[in-house]
Design a binder for this molecule. Structure first.
Ligand code: ATP
Ligand code: MG
Length: 235
């Protein structure tokens, strides 16, 4: 039997793309959002993060993204010790990791294609190439024919798929999603999960925070469970 993720990390037998070693995150004001959390995620894994409100799910995703810094412990993402790298490199790390939010965060005055194109942060790319890559990303989520629509003329599920295309257009190794279906009805939620399963099949590592206990079962994937900042179950 494969040892639990946290056991492997604690034993130092680790080859994961995301590795946490006794990570604690204390926000200003003294709230311990994560306490002594250890686990690792292998390249190509697709895992969920569950736990009640305030358990630390968003905080976990934010530290992996490099948007929040770890207070204690070590965090290694794709072979780099994020705990120690300078802010400039953190910015680069952020570009290598795709992030999907609950509320989509699309620009309303831009078309679907433009929203995706804006995320292409590769310097010196000709405009034609940017459009081509953005178009391919939209096509991958089944929205090629909606490319000229503004977000408000798309359904919630379609808006979230634009946001997923935007997160994927830079070909990130890791895709993090924080309650990506929190604003969607059950049918649209499953549509988004089907999208994630497809992305997973292409080799991307996925970590998805959710309140919805039916989603890990629907996807047939394992869950990391947090309770008041502590890891209570992994694998
Ligand atoms: N920027 C912040 N400053 C101070 N405390 C914070 C900050 N962000 C989160 N917290 C606190 O850290 C704890 C964990 O919050 P977090 O947002 O990670 O929980 P969550 O599991 O994502 O909850 P939810 O399911 O409601 O989204 C909470 O007690 C929260 O109040
Ligand atoms: Mg949250």
């Amino acid at each position: 039997m494969t040892p639990a993720i946290s056991d492997r990390a604690a034993a130092g037998v680790s080859s994961g793309i995301i590795q946490l070693f006794n990570v604690t995150k204390i926000y200003r004001g003294g709230i311990a959002a994560l306490q002594d959390v250890s686990f690792e995620i292998e390249k190509g894994d697709f895992l969920f993060v569950a736990g009640s409100s305030g358990a630390g799910k968003s905080t976990l995703l934010k530290i992996i993204l490099g948007a929040e810094r770890v207070t204690q412990g070590q965090l290694v993402v794709n072979g780099r010790n994020v705990t120690r790298i300078p802010p400039r490199e953190l910015t680069r790390l952020r570009k290598e990791t795709g992030f999907v939010f609950q509320d989509f965060k699309l620009l309303e005055n831009r078309s679907a294609l433009e929203n995706v194109a804006l995320a292409l942060q590769i310097h010196g790319l000709p405009p034609g190439e940017v459009r081509k890559r953005a178009y391919h990303a939209l096509r991958a989520v089944g929205l090629a024919d909606k490319r000229d629509q503004r977000p408000l003329r798309l359904s919630g599920g379609e808006q979230q798929r634009v946001a997923i295309a935007r997160a994927l257009v830079n070909n990130p190794l890791i895709l993090l999603a924080d309650e990506p279906t929190g604003n969607l009805d059950p049918a649209l939620s499953r549509e988004i999960m089907d999208q994630f399963l497809e992305i997973h099949q292409r080799g991307t590592t996925l970590l998805v925070a959710t309140h919805d206990e039916s989603l890990p079962a629907y996807c047939g994937r394992d869950c990391i469970v947090l309770d008041k900042g502590r890891l209570v179950r992994d694998g």
